[in-house]
Design a protein around this ligand. Structure first.
Ligand SMILES: CC(C)(COP(=O)(O)OP(=O)(O)OC[C@H]1O[C@@H](n2cnc3c(N)ncnc32)[C@H](O)[C@@H]1OP(=O)(O)O)[C@@H](O)C(=O)NCCC(=O)NCCS
Length: 325
């Protein structure tokens, strides 16, 4: 669907609105983001703000970032709103690539509580959209928590449409996590199940959202050559399959990315939820020596009970909204 935008005069001309200067704004933007998101910020968010602050004080990073802003998936491009020399509003633009297609994620939209409901977030978001337009990037996304009605209203007014709703689940790993008493057997994956696993993955991690995924389904493909390739690039992928009477019910993959939050589950619409529970419990046990916590990002309201039964807690549910210029 194509959405038409009318960029308001505010976004074009307002004297208080200017591009982010990486060289001097990052610490103040980090302070603003920390204040505006404090009630919902998890550890990842806190780390993100710390990184931003550290980056803002690191001269060699800043010199590099100043050149690389449009090509790395970091929030190095954006717009800020200033009042008497103080930064009180921000909208970041994070570039991504989906094959050859370029995509922008608008992130960190934040306005100081004393300045809200004056149209500042709208003007910043409109300016960010205009920036994408100027760069000939027509595919713009943003993530918003499903309980953030004010922001959802703002983005809907600007033409963004919900495309997905996904929950981030987290559990502590535990070598003594219980073993589910069930007739489902956990086993190594049989190559003949690959096509089914692939179909399930494609439904649960749809192509439309692939710009945000830093791995390809192919890296889970069975077979010697893929195994050799993964060995060569030192990628220690783990996979588990849940089977009942030779019939695969669900599969779980762990793709290391240095943060321990990379479980990908595959299950069919009619799969037994117990299969997923058993697999997730197995992952909590098997990965205990590697990471204290593991995360699974999954379409919301699908297999919720199964995931909870494996000791996972919902951290946040995000609506993925898209605007196509
Ligand atoms: C969400 C946020 C950025 C909005 O900033 P803002 O400058 O107050 O927003 P604007 O004044 O541009 O609002 C534009 C429109 O969005 C809607 N809107 C914004 N905030 C709203 C709220 N709290 N409740 C209901 N509608 C709201 C309204 O339709 C508003 O128009 P109106 O004031 O004419 O009714 C700000 O509240 C904030 O920083 N919140 C904390 C951080 C956050 O949640 N960011 C969004 C992350 S996705």
């Amino acid at each position: 669907m194509t959405t038409s935008f009318t960029i308001s005069a505010r976004a074009e001309q307002h004297a208080n609105l200017r591009p982010l200067s990486i060289l001097r704004d990052l610490p103040a933007v980090a302070d603003l983001i920390e204040m505006c998101f404090s009630s919902t910020m998890d550890n990842e968010g806190k780390r993100y703000v710390q990184d931003m602050r550290r980056a803002g004080n690191d001269n060699s990073f800043l010199r590099w970032a100043n050149r690389a802003a449009e090509s790395t998936s970091l929030p190095l491009t954006g717009y800020i709103w200033e009042d008497n020399g103080k930064i009180i509003g921000n909208a970041s633009l994070v570039p991504f690539r989906n094959n050859k297609q370029r995509v922008y994620l608008i992130a960190n939209v934040a306005v100081h509580p004393d300045y809200r409901r004056q149209g500042i977030a709208r003007a910043l978001t409109e300016r960010a959209i205009k920036h994408a337009h100027e760069k000939k990037i027509n595919d713009i996304w943003l993530h918003v928590r499903e309980d953030n009605n004010g922001a959802i209203e703002l983005y809907s007014q600007l033409g963004f449409v919900e495309r997905a709703r996904r929950t981030a689940w987290q559990a502590a790993t535990d070598s003594r996590a219980p073993i589910l008493q069930t007739d489902i057997v956990l086993t190594n994956r049989h190559p003949r199940d690959w096509q089914t696993q692939l179909n399930w993955l494609a439904r649960l991690y749809p192509d439309l959202l692939a710009w945000h995924r830093n791995w390809a389904f192919d890296s889970l493909r069975p077979g010697f050559w893929n195994w050799l390739y993964l060995l060569f690039i030192d990628m220690n992928i783990r996979q588990w399959t849940a089977v009942r009477k030779d019939h695969m019910e669900a599969a779980l993959s762990w793709i290391p990315n240095g943060r321990g939050e990379s479980l990908f589950a595959a299950a069919g619409e009619r799969s037994d939820p117990e299969a997923l529970t058993a697999l997730l419990l197995q992952a909590r046990r098997d990965l205990a020596h590697l990471y204290p916590k593991i995360e699974l990002e999954f379409p919301s309201s699908q297999f919720d009970g199964a995931i909870q039964s494996a000791g996972f807690r919902a951290m946040r549910t995000l609506i993925w909204m898209q605007a196509t210029l």
